[in-house]
Write a protein that binds this ligand. Structure first.
Ligand SMILES: *Cc1c(COP(=O)(O)O)cnc(C)c1O
Length: 360
């Protein structure tokens, strides 16, 4: 597929073969640690089908994700998480035979118990400082020690609820050594807590959040992480549920230049599409990495790459070096495989949606 000559732009191009190679490597590096994919990073059905042979299961965080992933992969192992689950969603999860429900509060636990048998992990919000995290997932997520203890007490009177372990997702954007440090602090709290409550074969879900460096630095070291977890994990089944670090590298948003102009000394390259298709740079506050597919000339000046939206926030990359560009040139934004199309406000300004292509 010649991405510089697609019949229509913008286009999302997913490299399914590269994705399969990547996830195969992650799976191998993790050894006995289970790998679930967090569907919210990118729930595209082709991506889910590509990942399915290489992951142990999928984490879904809404009734919508649950229905979509179950319809796409009827036999996949599923874990159902997320704050604010409704009774309908909990019932749908049991009906769809999810393997684990990640419980977020004592009240949610009571509502679940009223619906039928379920095997649960309790989501813990632990007071662990996470230096270097891009996003600390504390606040409303999970439960403190008091609420966890209350859940354990409630479960001892709930014949339909089986406590299997602890779920966490405490931070994102950490490298392997910071993730291992976090994992060892989580397990050294969770294992004795679970043992004291008589949980046989305890499970600890360490969450996702493995770092992705959009400036092109080193990738998350899955080999070091897998080896470290093997040392930490004796006595429990460990599970991780990354999203971004699995799919980010294997999507591109490809589009063409509509106009180039210099206004008050600043050069703007106006592209077909924009952040309503690729919100990642706006959401993360970064410059989306890109390649100019129609030029091999070295960058000669600086420009800001913007889209078609009538807002100054529609910036894909700000004040970055570019080669000479003219209408018709084609630019591929890379690292657009996670939290990209599916987190974008597609309907704003009613421009046509991108086309989707899959490299197999
Ligand atoms: C978002 C999320 C993940 C995935 O996080 P990444 O940063 O994409 O790896 C995993 N678990 C939970 C509970 C989440 O909310």
């Amino acid at each position: 597929m010649n991405l510089a000559a697609l019949p229509r732009y913008p286009a999302y191009v997913y490299d399914l073969r590269g994705l399969a190679d990547h996830v195969r490597g992650v799976r191998a590096a993790l050894g006995p640690t289970e790998l679930f994919y967090a569907a919210k990073a990118n729930p595209d059905a082709e991506i889910l089908r590509t990942l399915a042979p290489h992951v142990d299961g999928f984490e879904v965080s809404s009734g919508g994700e649950l229905a979509h992933v179950r319809a796409t992969l009827p036999n996949a192992r599923l874990a159902f998480g997320g704050p604010g689950k409704t009774d309908d969603e909990l019932a749908a999860a049991l009906n769809a035979k999810v393997e684990r429900v990640h419980v977020e509060s004592p009240r949610e636990l009571a509502r679940l118990a009223a619906l039928g048998p379920a095997e649960v992990l309790l989501r813990a919000n632990l007071p662990i400082a996470v230096p270097g995290a891009v996003l600390a997932m504390s606040g409303p997520f999970g439960m403190d020690e008091d609420a966890l203890n209350e859940c354990a007490r409630l479960i001892s009177d709930m014949p339909d609820i089986t406590l299997r372990g602890i779920h966490t997702h405490l931070a994102s954007g950490l490298d392997a050594s910071a993730m291992l440090d976090l994992a060892s602090r989580i397990t050294s709290w969770a294992l004795p807590w679970l043992r004291a409550r008589g949980v046989p074969e305890p499970e600890i879900n360490l969450g996702g959040g493995m770092a992705v460096d959009y400036t092109g630095g080193t990738r998350f070291d899955w080999t070091a992480y897998g080896q470290g977890l093997a040392d930490i994990g004796s006595g429990a089944t460990l599970r991780v549920e990354p999203g971004r670090s699995i799919t980010a590298y294997h999507g591109r948003y490809v589009t063409d230049v509509l106009d180039v102009k210099t206004t008050r000394g600043e050069t703007y390259v106006i592209l077909r599409g924009g952040t309503h298709h690729l919100r990642t740079p706006a959401a993360k506050g970064h410059n989306q990495p890109f390649e100019v597919l129609t030029s091999s000339v070295a960058p000669i000046h600086r420009a800001t790459l913007v889209g078609q939206l009538c807002t100054p926030k529609d910036v894909l990359a700000r004040d970055i070096p570019v080669p000479p560009l003219a209408p018709g040139d084609v630019i591929a934004f890379t690292m657009a495989g996670a939290y990209a199309w599916n987190i974008s406000h597609h309907d704003f300004l009613m421009h046509p949606p991108p086309t989707f292509h899959y490299l197999r």
